[in-house]
Design a protein around this ligand. Sequence first.
Ligand code: NDP
Length: 452
Amino acid sequence: MAVSDHVDLQGFMDGVKKRNPGENEFHQAVYEVAQYIFDYIKDKEIYHEHQILRRIAEPDRVVSFRVCWEDDNGNVRVQRGYRVQNNNAIGPYKGGLRFHPSVNQSILKFLAFEQTFKNSLTGLPMGGGKGGSDFNPKGKSDNEVMRFCQSFMTELYRHVGVDVDVPAGDIGVGAREIGYMFGQYKRITNQYTGVLTGKGLEYGGSLVRTEATGYGAVYFLEDMLKQAGTAIEGKKAIISGSGNVATHAAEKILHRGGIPLTLSDSEGFIYDPSGITQEKLDWVKELKTIKRGRISEYASQFKGSEFHKGKRPWIVEADLALPCATQNEISTDEAKVMISNGIKAISEGANMPTEQDGIHAFLDAKVLFGPSKAANAGGVAVSGLEITQNLQRLSWTSEDLQKQLKSIMHSIHDQCVEYGKENNENFVDYVKGANLAGFIKVANAMIAYGVV
Ligand code: NDP
């Protein structure tokens, strides 16, 4: 009898913790999936025989490397770079690169693990990976960012490739960084291939990629509300972050007649009681992507709005919440405040932004809860479409891509309903649905390959 037959969830998690000491974010991500899978596979011998849970919680490989670069004052600086190739059972590794001082192996392993199930949900042939560095692009000149990106790619290029691993952007990695890395890859290999996604439109990027994660999170929210017989129109939304995902989530909320009230960054949040309009949002996009300013400047620019230093937006009363900044940004206590303030639905734009007990509190209170691996899959879905366009040497229209994005988000929603609807209950546990639907495809592919 297989070993996993003898362990319960706690025993399994004890093993994960022992093998990955100190990697708390990774433990958290594995637990979120395992708590549902244990029950699902309990009477399915094939998954036990193949030790699927044990294997799925072990990345294919973790590469870490030194990245040296020179700052504008001629000082040599040393950073650590990583690429976690988690699982390529259903396609080449795919997942973003994050440049942020908080980056470490645990965070990238959790992100790569999550990415594997997210990519499976999209229905596109993509495995899961993630990478990045503890480099902080904030406050650096363009030349410093360029030198860092070139040095980072000088090692990373050995591990990636269009049929191997196709990275993209994430926190701290936007069009500028992707441009520098793509340029360096092209220079080193003398190949013009779609090795990165999120590229500029002039050199193989896809329309709708920039908007896809934020828009997709709102399409998912819309589908959850529709399933529950309601809609976004007229509802107030609290949103965290002020980067790519947050600003595009706010924009789509506006398109649907909702009222975005907040945005944030790592210094605090702004609250605009009269609502963040498209004009104000355009100002924020310029502030964050071109001027590289801070969200606190919003309060000086727009009368009647407030900046709350060192706080997060979850204390503001609203119907909808879109956490779009970073992991564990909604604590269990904050979740309870949101519930008592009457929150109706959450769609996670960021990866794993809600603490585990916070998720349980939302589910117990029957708040509609769209977990990140489902709700924010729109970004990687359009990245997948960027790969296809690059392989065909074609560019699809914005209308085409919007249509495909919507249809992928609908399909993810439907898979979550299929696996997450409790017997005889109307309430859908989207966390359970996303975890089961994402897992089954990857696990069955792994079984087909035998013991590898
Ligand atoms: P950006 O770098 O564009 O923006 C990140 C935003 O989050 C900034 O406002 C940043 O503030 C804030 N933030 C970052 N770290 C923290 C922190 N520790 N505490 C508070 N605020 C923080 O990143 P994205 O918008 O691309 O990514 C946001 C989230 O969405 C991440 O979790 C990412 O993994 C996830 N995601 C992104 C996808 C994409 O397509 N871009 C795809 C799927 C998921 P500051 O400027 O102060 O750092």
